[in-house]
Write a protein that binds this ligand. Sequence first.
Ligand code: CP3
Length: 361
Amino acid sequence: MCDFAPLKNDLFIRAAFCEKVERTPVWAMRQAGRYLKEFQEVRAKHDFFTVCRTPELACEVTLQPLRRMELDAAIIFSDILVIPQALGMEVQMVPGKGPVFPKPLANPEDLKTLNQTPDVDKELGYVFDAIKLTRQKLDGKVPLIGFSGAPWTLMAYMVDGGSSATFSKARSWLFRSPNESKALLDMLTDTTIKYLVNQVRAGAQALQVFESHAGILGSSTFAKFSLPYLAKIATQVKKQLSDLGIQRVPLIIFAKGAHYAIEELSATDYDVISLDWTMDVKRAREICAKKSKALQGNLDPAMLYAGVDEICSATKKMVEDFGVTGHIANLGHGMYPDLDPEHLKAFVNSVHSASEEIINS
Ligand code: CP3
């Protein structure tokens, strides 16, 4: 591992491990993105995956939101779909449409066409280079979060070929071809473990796993086709980092829509359970407190369309609901492209002021 400057602001790390903090740390999913005009300026000149693949550009857009507001963490600019690319699939980012796979996995026979054991350093070295560069540029200001998509969510895109409300093609595989589905999920799990371990070796100080499409599975399907893979990723990443003598980093799981699985997720090796805005904070707190897990979330991103005063009062309520121990404030999902950056700033500042008020009272 390289030598980087020590952290000046480690609130995020302490909150993730349920340690004492002076104020609640806050960041936002998709904090780098189209709602920032400086991001759009970069995107006007460079294609989406060119930004991901060019460490200087990925680093620049990672740092952009931090120049505007007092965020307590940065997240490396990349995408979950770099893993399907590393397995040999083509992915295009089509403006107004989102990701498109020109040749999705049409049937289980197509698994043979994948590069099943990719050389992660070779295929995804550009992500590790972007992480190293960003750690240098951050100079210890705040921690840098690495991330990956969870196996089921990646499978959903690889089979359906792009965004979908139902991912019915991928869900049909789970029932029509369960064994082949498990083979694909195993393959994705193994690559993800290597990818996440190497992100930490490059300098990532926390990791978030995005199971963005947990909600469409339902509890018994989630228990079979998502949870075991999520659990293995956390256990293996922790074990491999410890075997390498690397200091533990917080692992966050964001299983969007998985109301039914908070208890099961709290029994895995993740340190932080991230809640979307539809989840019950009180219930999650009760379940997670028993396992000493921290929580992340969960303001409805659409709340940022409200006026600043309303944002401040909703944020204050959120901070009170979670409590000031073991909470990382965030939105319940990512920033939308037409949100006003000043409204995100109001959210960030309100998290800080509301939590300081509680802690100092
Ligand atoms: O700031 C950050 O949070 C880091 C960057 C980041 C991006 N994608 C950049 C991005 C992260 C963490 C992701 C994760 C990601 N990518 C997820 C999981 C999180 C979630 O939203 O549930 C998923 C499902 C993807 C796949 C993906 N990438 C989709 C479905 C889309 C299109 C949706 C949209 O908003 O248009 C993308 C594109 C994408 N990834 C953009 C950004 C900034 C916008 C595309 C652009 O700049 O043209």
